[in-house]
Design a protein around this ligand. Structure first.
Ligand SMILES: Nc1ncnc2c1ncn2[C@@H]1O[C@H](COP(=O)(O)OP(=O)(O)OP(=O)(O)O)[C@@H](O)[C@H]1O
Ligand SMILES: [Mg+2]
Length: 104
C-alpha cells in the first residue's frame, strides 16, 4: 500500500516537489498520510479514483500507468478492515490517507 501511494506521489509530483508521510497511532487505529505538492487531481475524477482503470485525464500521455494501483490499494486496506480516502486540489497537491484498526 505504501509503495503504491508513495510511488504515485513521486510519479505525479515534478522535480523539486515535496512528499511527506506521517503516521498517527491512536488507541483504536493507525493512520498513515502521504501528502505531495504535485499536480493534484481534478474534483470530478475523485469519486471514481479507487475504481479500476481510472486515470485523471490530465495525466494521459506524460505518465505511464494502467489505473489499477489505487484499486489494489483500496482492496488491501479494506481486506484489513480499514478505510482509505483522498483530499486533493488541482495544481496544489494531494493527500492520501488510510486508517487500519488496531484490534480486529
Ligand atoms: N499523488 C497523486 N497526485 C496526482 N494524481 C494522482 C496521485 N495518485 C493518483 N493520481 C491519479 O489517480 C489515477 C489513478 O491512480 P492509480 O495508481 O490507480 O493509477 P496509475 O498510477 O495511473 O497506474 P498504475 O498504478 O496502475 O501503474 C492516476 O492516473 C492519477 O491520475
Ligand atoms: Mg499508481
Amino acid at each position: 500500500v505504501l509503495a503504491n501511494l508513495i510511488g504515485n506521489a513521486i510519479k505525479f509530483t515534478g522535480p523539486g516537489g515535496k512528499i511527506t508521510t506521517s503516521m498517527i497511532v491512536a488507541p483504536q487505529y493507525v493512520e498513515m498520510v502521504i501528502q505531495d505538492n504535485g499536480r493534484g487531481i481534478p474534483e470530478n475524477a475523485i469519486p471514481r479514483l479507487f475504481e479500476r482503470f481510472t486515470r485523471a485525464p490530465e495525466n494521459g500521455s506524460e505518465t505511464i500507468g494502467s489505473g489499477l494501483g489505487l484499486m489494489i490499494v483500496r482492496e488491501i486496506v479494506e481486506a484489513h478492515h480499514g478505510i482509505i480516502g483522498v483530499e486533493s486540489e488541482l495544481g496544489l497537491g494531494s493527500k492520501f490517507w488510510f486508517r487500519l484498526p488496531r484490534n480486529v
